[in-house]
Design a protein around this ligand. Structure first.
Ligand SMILES: Nc1ncnc2c1ncn2[C@@H]1O[C@H](COP(=O)(O)OP(=O)(O)O)[C@@H](O)[C@H]1O
Ligand SMILES: [Mg+2]
Length: 227
């Protein structure tokens, strides 16, 4: 298993953002986490990249356990993860090329290998003509594609996308979702938080529904639901 949540609860001031959550994600899966605003979706993601730890229970991600992880392990864990947010979070003072290249430069990849990987990703995502632009010169859809390229550049085993289409109109959203489906087809596990799971065609993803910190309808766990 790539990810295991074992009886995970997370309390904020005694208020449960998550309560007794159990689920697993297998290699190469596409999982959709849905539920209304405030349901706990972002809190689940934070437990996965361990920006936040459970109040009780254990999260295990690519072999790292939340109850044993040390600060120094966090970069090793996060190297296995690609993360995409609703608000893109690109570095505004760097070009598209530099935004995408940065994760590889940080881990000491040779300039030649960086160039090869960044050029190939940018052309795959139809962003090559934009490589010298700055984020504010791009449309929302282009910015999100840059963010996805940055998340994928170091070959993560899991891509986390927390409402990546929340700021995009429907047509541009479809393009981003298609890109996630393609990424998943090529073998990367994808976890997508969205309050509109119908964005993803039936039969592609497994579906979890969160409501006020609880996974709803436990007999769907592990099942493939027709949407
Ligand atoms: N750092 C925090 N401090 C206090 N409460 C928080 C914090 N993060 C999240 N919460 C609360 O936890 C609940 C779940 O939030 P969140 O995971 O962001 O939901 P979602 O992403 O589904 O909209 C909400 O009630 C939210 O107010
Ligand atoms: Mg959220």
């Amino acid at each position: 298993m790539m990810i295991t949540f074992q009886n995970v609860s997370r309390f904020y001031n005694e208020w449960p953002a998550l309560e007794s959550i159990n689920f697993q994600v297998d290699q190469g899966e596409f999982l959709i986490i849905s539920g209304p605003s405030g349901a706990g979706k972002t809190t689940v993601f934070r437990q996965i990249w361990m920006g936040d730890l459970p109040s009780s229970g254990v999260v295990e991600v690519v072999g790292f356990r939340s109850d044993r992880i040390r600060r120094g392990d966090l970069p090793l864990l996060r190297r296995k993860l690609g993360i995409v947010f609703q608000d893109f979070r690109l570095l505004s003072d760097r070009t598209v090329y530099d935004n995408v290249a940065l994760p590889l430069q940080v881990i000491g990849t040779s300039p030649k290998a960086v160039r090869r990987r960044v050029f190939s990703l940018l052309s795959e995502m139809e962003l090559n003509h934009r490589r010298g632009s700055y984020p504010h010169e791009l449309s929302g859809g282009e910015q999100q594609r840059v963010a996805i390229a940055r998340a994928m550049v170091a070959h993560p085993v899991i891509l986390l996308a927390d409402e990546p289409t929340g700021n995009l109109d429907p047509e541009v959203s479809r393009r981003v979702i298609d890109l996630l489906i393609e990424i998943n087809r090529s073998g990367t596990a994808v976890i997508l938080a969205t309050h509109d799971p119908r964005q993803v065609p039936a039969g592609i993803a497994r579906f979890l529904y969160l409501d006020r910190g609880h996974l709803v309808n436990p007999n769907l766990w592990g099942g493939y639901r027709q949407l």
